[in-house]
Design a protein. Structure first.
Length: 298
């Protein structure tokens, strides 16, 4: 059989393309499902990310009377930190894509007695739909890395700020500095025979390069970008407790494993537990983690 040029061309496989709509839908479902578990680990999150969070709030000048927008707020642990700073004369609006996790943020605010906190379910890339007075600061803790269109999200944050207002964000540094997370991801990717991330696909280490992070903020219109590296080791009782935290709280890992049988998934988790065991020492566990804390102004 002879093939014409057009026949040969038609037979070429079409490379897969990243689908941001499907990605967002999956992300919303993951966080809806993991909401209660993430909230239950709130005390640990304060110990783990608290110092970096306080550094971020310092860098964006959150103080008594400030108006703060918290994007991708989750269960609101850092929202409460902002509310403590702004006091009863300030205001904090917590937003998230997941209704379930944001409902927990609202409940945590009520339990803490913070009437200056409100919540609103909204896509972090659609902040132009937000009807609010301009803010002194916009913060996003470990949220920006998961936006398919990070520039659009940042431009939306820029638009919500007062002139001279600040943006502050926390992201994971390079994968090599975050073995508590990158090791499980690598093991699962190998066992599930997953292809490399598609071009444009967000992920935990997508902003781990300070130059990339700085360029992104400048492209969105921000000035005087400042980036600090903050060590944030996960201190837990054991590797098994770290495994439990990741199993309960990181829905993306379960999504990556979904193509494997139950037995294959158990084997993958067992290998992850063994790999995390290298960080056990002196009767405890210390998982390597490094955050980049960035601030800039409008």
């Amino acid at each position: 059989m002879t093939f014409t040029h057009s026949d040969t061309h038609a037979s070429k496989p079409v490379p897969p393309v990243f689908d941001p709509v499907a990605f967002k839908a999956t992300t919303r479902t993951q966080w809806d499902n993991a909401a209660q578990a993430w909230n239950d680990w709130g005390g640990f999150l304060t110990r783990w990310l608290g110092p970096a969070t306080e550094a971020m709030l310092d860098m964006v000048r959150v103080a008594e009377g400030s108006r703060v927008l918290d994007v991708a707020a989750g269960a609101g642990e850092q929202t409460l930190s902002a509310a403590r700073r702004v006091g009863p004369g300030g205001y904090v609006l917590a937003t998230d894509l997941s209704p379930n996790i944001l409902a927990l943020a609202a409940e945590n605010a009520r339990s803490a007695g913070y009437s200056q906190i409100e919540t609103q379910v909204i896509d972090g890339e659609c902040l132009d739909e937000l009807d609010a007075e301009p803010f002194d600061a916009v913060i996003s803790r470990v949220g920006l890395i998961y936006f398919p269109d990070q520039v659009k999200a940042l431009r939306g944050m820029h638009a919500q700020l007062k002139p001279g207002g600040y943006i502050g964000a926390m992201v994971y540094a390079r994968a090599e500095a975050n073995s508590f997370f990158s090791l499980p991801v690598g093991i699962i990717r190998r066992r599930a025979a997953l292809p490399p991330p598609l071009p444009g696909q967000p992920g935990p280490f997508s902003l781990g390069n300070p130059d990339v992070l700085s360029s992104l903020l400048q492209e969105a219109g921000f000035k005087d970008v400042e980036i600090r590296s903050v060590r944030a080791p996960l201190r837990l009782q054991s590797a098994l407790e770290c495994l439990q935290f990741e199993q309960e709280s990181f829905g993306a890992l379960h999504q990556m494993l979904s193509g494997l049988t139950a037995l294959e998934q158990d084997d993958a988790w067992a290998e992850i537990a063994e790999a995390l065991g290298q960080f056990e020492r002196q009767g405890g566990f210390e998982g390597p983690c490094e955050m980049l804390v960035v601030a800039a102004h409008k």
